[in-house]
Design a protein around this ligand. Structure first.
Ligand code: O7M
Length: 221
């Protein structure tokens, strides 16, 4: 994934035409497109191959099963053309290893969820988030998913994993987080859904977030 705008679009729409239209419209302002259950369940897995024409695709299936099932899921995801898969870390090292093994066969990336951005993310996951981050680094994951709604947690996760891992951060806009704060806290990319795909002018919304991030990066020097 090339670092240009530092925005990953979460394309959680459920209509194929709309998905393709938005992807084409905003492609110059996003570095990748995250595709998850809402779009794939509505339109089929092949949508990943179609969208890959516009940007690298991160398949967000939050894979959370036994190693063998994880392996089977990751094979499907990479066969259809995804560049990365998102997996849960709480299922443990063996389950994560299975995903990383498949990803390395395909030369693709694995991002691990250490803690989630919604209020409930603080209930069960946050207390083990740092241990998950350490495990992901030891296992050789490409990166972590950490909450833009809690920039202090992004900062903590960054301290734990150093510069070795990429941090991608959801929760910007609709969930209350700010892109510039997440980037300042150490995120490499922000994940943005509704604030772009539900905007009257998605391209303009994406360009404004890109400008906000650019200003933050300039400020940091
Ligand atoms: O900007 P939104 O709130 O419309 O969308 C955010 C996207 O990020 C949406 O696809 C969520 O499923 C996802 N997400 C979170 O919002 N919070 C998390 O903690 C984790 C994710 C995610 O992408 O996990 C990989």
């Amino acid at each position: 994934m090339e670092r240009k705008t530092r925005i990953i679009l979460a394309l959680d729409v459920s209509d194929r035409e709309e998905a393709l239209k938005i992807a084409e419209d905003v492609s110059e302002f996003v570095d990748a497109i995250k595709v998850g259950y809402p779009l794939v369940l509505a339109t089929g897995l092949e949508i990943i191959r179609e969208l890959a024409e516009f940007a690298p695709i991160i398949a967000d299936f939050k894979v959370a099963d036994i190693p063998n099932t994880n392996r089977l899921i990751c094979e499907q995801v990479f066969e259809v053309g995804a560049d990365a898969v998102i997996v849960q870390g709480f299922t443990g090292r063996d389950s994560l290893d299975a995903c990383i093994e498949v990803a390395s066969e395909y030369r693709k990336d694995v991002f691990v969820v250490s803690e989630m951005s919604h209020p409930g993310g603080a209930e069960f996951l946050q207390p083990v988030g740092e241990a998950i981050a350490r495990m992901a680094a030891e296992a050789g994951a490409s990166g972590l998913v950490a909450p833009a709604t809690r920039p202090e947690r992004v900062k903590k996760i960054r301290e734990i994993v150093g510069d070795k891992l990429t941090i991608i951060s959801p929760g910007v806009g609709a969930q209350g987080g700010r892109a510039s704060n997440a980037i300042a806290a150490g995120a490499d990319w922000v994940i943005v859904g509704r604030s772009i795909y539900k905007a009257e002018l998605p391209k303009k919304a994406a360009s404004e977030i890109a400008a906000e991030i650019e200003a933050e990066l300039r400020r940091e020097g």
